[in-house]
Ligand binder design. Structure first.
Ligand SMILES: Cc1cc2nc3c(=O)[nH]c(=O)nc-3n(C[C@H](O)[C@H](O)[C@H](O)COP(=O)(O)OP(=O)(O)OC[C@H]3O[C@@H](n4cnc5c(N)ncnc54)[C@H](O)[C@@H]3O)c2cc1C
Length: 382
């Protein structure tokens, strides 16, 4: 095992670090205020090959291993997690095609993402189906040559900007998880349109909307995998993307720690920098320790997926631990900046608001703990 990156990987991380610090961080507060979609900055990521780096080289992509993609995401999220989320939502939207698409579907659907700036979205959640993700009501009714799609997906990242949606719908609600089909749905399909735009606590540069399907006709050639396999495709996709979500949280936690350290060295109270007051120093040490542990868990989970090892529980550990640590690090950073930490002029207030979502989406941290506990039970009896 070698923690020293080779030259090529170091360069990839260095580019991501530069983009996070010089392109995303300076505009983060403005997008947070306006809630606009950061298309210009995402174009910069696209041109650097870092918007969809998971697309394999054979399809015209960069084909980064997942562990390196996670390190890229950490650096970008250091600059702005909200902007970086468009990258991770692309990854979520495209992964079902990598997981279940035929070679022909992959070439047809993924190659355009290597040629021009495009966005994808992953449409699983509905009003009545969140953690219980198999309780879908969006219907895919078999018709001649394909499916008629009807329903509303909720809280969809990139929902209002996507050129391509991965949609999970039920053929028969009575069949539960076994009745789900996965469909690739081009954004310009008649009967497909974004619904309500959500106004959020944090990650406000990220676009979150409903996505509405009204008698949309989807040809069979856009079905991903077999009928009834859709739920497995969704779970596999979420497993694969979880380390990337954890990487966002590592980026937020690291930024919060960096901001807190910088401030604590400058701010003087009782005749000395507050960093020299032991209770402040201990808070900084706790954040540094947890963020570093979260980084190692994240990279290990992504690396296990790259190696084809069992990784699902590790990805859940990384996601839950990294997001809980990011929340704690952001909380400590606000505390260390005192009254200034509560003000929008300083970046830690935004980090505090951004961190919260990572404990909720892509499976809440309660659901991650269920996954880990079930894995433990299986391991114990193996
Ligand atoms: C900003 C944002 C972006 C999102 N992006 C997407 C996206 O791109 N695509 C997509 O499909 N979805 C997306 N989601 C949806 C997200 O994944 C869900 O919100 C999340 O999975 C939780 O579902 P829910 O909100 O319905 O909460 P619920 O499932 O109703 O959970 C409510 C509470 O109950 C707890 N709970 C539920 N079941 C259990 C249980 N068995 N044991 C213990 N506790 C339990 C939960 O942990 C939680 O605390 C997004 C959500 C947000 C807020």
């Amino acid at each position: 095992m070698d923690f020293q990156l080779d030259e090529a990987s170091s360069q990839v991380v260095a580019v991501a670090r530069r983009l996070g610090r010089e392109v995303l961080a300076p505009v983060a507060a403005e997008y947070d205020r306006s809630g606009e979609f950061p298309r210009a900055e995402l174009r910069v990521l696209f041109e650097a090959g870092l918007l969809d780096p998971e697309i394999p080289e054979g399809l015209g992509g960069v084909g980064l291993p997942r562990w390196l993609d996670a390190m890229v995401t950490e650096e970008l999220a250091w600059g702005c997690a909200g902007i970086t989320l468009a990258k991770t939502a692309n990854n979520l939207g495209l992964t079902p095609i990598l997981v279940a698409g035929t070679a022909e579907q992959q070439a047809r659907l993924l190659t355009p993402f290597t040629e021009s700036l495009r966005f994808a979205a992953f449409c699983l959640t509905e009003a009545g189906s969140g953690s219980d993700a198999a309780a879908l009501r969006t219907r895919a009714e078999p018709v001649a040559g394909g499916y008629r799609l009807n329903g509303v997906k909720r809280f969809i990242t990139n929902g209002g900007v996507a050129d391509l949606y991965s949609v999970f719908a039920t053929l028969d609600p009575a069949k539960g998880a076994k009745g789900v089909v996965a469909l690739a749905v081009p954004g310009d399909t008649p009967g497909v349109h974004p619904g309500k735009v959500e106004h959020k606590l944090g990650i406000r540069a990220s676009n979150t909307t409903e996505v509405v399907f009204e008698d949309a006709l989807i040809p069979s050639e856009f079905r991903l995998g077999a009928e009834g396999d859709g739920f497995k495709v969704a779970l596999r996709t979420l497993d694969l993307s979880r380390a990337n979500i954890a990487a966002h949280a590592v980026g937020i936690g690291r930024r919060a720690t960096d901001e807190a350290v910088r401030y604590a060295k400058e701010r003087r109270q009782f005749g000395q920098p507050i960093a020299e007051h032991e209770m402040v120093a201990a808070m900084l040490a706790d954040s540094a320790m947890e963020v570093e542990a979260a980084h190692l868990l994240t990279i290990e989970a992504a690396w296990r997926a790259d190696q084809g090892l069992d990784f699902s529980a590790h990805a859940s550990m990384a996601k839950a631990f990294a997001s809980d640590s990011a929340m704690r690090a952001a909380d400590r950073a606000v505390q260390i900046l005192g009254g200034y930490g509560y003000m929008a002029e300083y970046p830690v207030e935004k980090l505090f608001r951004d961190a919260k979502i990572y404990q909720i989406f892509e499976g809440t941290n309660q659901i991650q703990r269920l996954v880990i506990a079930r894995w433990l039970a299986r391991e114990a009896t193996a």
